[in-house]
Design a protein around this ligand. Structure first.
Ligand code: SAH
Ligand code: SF4
Length: 349
């Protein structure tokens, strides 16, 4: 089969074999890519119209006990200036976001033991009590099934936990020995079991990634059937072991966004900050590849530069919650509009 036939098969059957994914990724031409992106936009339009969901991102702690080799927040990075927000500061972010139109707040952070299960539940309850019409998404890494259940009972709605790579050997090249793919996957399955709208995902161009490992990522995504998928380019951070590794490719990221949209028609698919960081109109290009979510930064301005997952991470302009008007204009310029709604995953969408 040629690549156009493979893309059509993916659209109809919802999946390809591993070999077919490998062929599609490794031999994809500019025109194949344009075809996939057009189809992805058409599918997203059918499910979401011209509406883009927004999420207010609150980076509430950059303290992390994990040591992922790619990340600037890893515990071995002694030059990071660490901070934590108090529950009051977190709530103040939500209070600033609500009148701007945010109806989902994403609490993202390192794996910070200070925020134990009970503290997290208290924070979730506080936000849900103050803003009953808003969704809360957590992105705080690996915890026990009981903890996930408790977060859910406290009212949290969604959870983002990228699987990072579905290939064991690749996973072990990106993480120290005590972090395993098996544990990551177990967490993902537990998140689903306790009823979260769950997101997995991976970086494009992470060190040692191959066409094969990407094919395995896509097969895993197919099997797991997440409600959300986070895909963005790898960007090196100067104080990590991967400081000198090349950043991920814009074109491949856009192509993979399109592939995921064609595969999982109604999935919530963000055009990520990392994409906006490697390219001035990356956010728009992501939307023009089938993405339907953007997550502007709602963190207090003075901590933004401390939440450096990678070099030069953007957090101002249309990337910032206060720059929502700019984001709206950018979306309008490509025929889209921002929706003031929770923007939940819907089976029937
Ligand atoms: N600690 C949580 C959430 C914060 S990290 C967790 O790990 O799940 C959120 C995501 O940032 C990670 O899943 C990873 O895919 C991404 N990330 C980390 N370092 C990055 C880098 N150098 N380039 C691009 N994305 C990166
Ligand atoms: Fe910590 Fe997440 Fe960074 Fe890993 S990716 S070091 S878990 S913040």
């Amino acid at each position: 089969m040629n690549n156009l036939e493979l893309i059509t098969k993916l659209e109809k059957a919802g999946t390809l074999t591993k070999d077919e994914f490998v062929q599609l990724i490794s031999t994809c031409s500019q025109s194949d890519m344009e075809y996939a992106r057009r189809l992805a936009v058409e599918i997203a339009r059918k499910h979401f119209g011209n509406k883009i969901y927004i999420r207010g991102l609150i980076e509430f702690t950059n303290i992390c006990k994990q040591d992922c080799f790619y990340c600037g927040l890893r515990c071995s990075n002694k030059s990071a200036q660490r901070y934590r927000l108090s529950p009051e500061e977190i709530l103040a972010c939500c209070k600033a976001g609500y009148p701007l139109g945010f109806r989902t707040f994403v609490l993202q952070g390192g794996e910070d033991p200070f925020f134990d299960d009970e503290k997290m539940c208290d924070i979730v309850r506080l936000i849900k009590k103050t803003f009953p019409d808003c969704a809360v998404t957590l992105s705080i890494g690996e915890r026990s099934k009981d903890a996930y259940q408790a977060f859910r009972n406290a009212g949290a709605d969604r959870f983002l936990l990228r699987h990072e790579t579905a290939n064991e050997e690749h996973f072990s090249k990106l993480h120290p020995k005590n972090q395993t793919l098996a544990s990551r996957k177990e967490c993902l399955y537990n998140l689903k079991k306790v009823g979260f709208q769950t997101g997995c995902g991976f970086m494009v161009g992470s060190p040692y990634q191959t066409t094969e490992t990407i094919a395995e990522d896509l097969m895993f995504i197919r099997e797991f059937e997440p409600q959300m998928v986070g895909i963005g380019p790898f960007i090196p951070h100067k104080d990590t072991p991967f400081a000198d590794m090349p950043q991920g490719s814009l074109d491949l990221t856009l192509f993979l966004l399109a592939v995921v949209r064609i595969m999982l028609k109604n999935v919530l698919l963000p055009s990520t900050t990392a994409l906006g960081t490697i390219c001035p109109d990356g956010r728009e290009q992501g939307v023009l590849s089938g993405a339907n979510v953007v997550m502007p930064n709602l963190s207090p301005i003075d901590v933004r530069e401390k939440y450096m997952l990678y070099n030069n991470k953007i957090s101002t302009g249309s990337e910032a919650a206060e720059g929502l008007r700019d984001l709206k204009e950018r979306m309008n310029s490509i025929g889209y509009d921002i929706a003031v709604t929770r923007g939940d995953f819907s089976e029937t969408n």
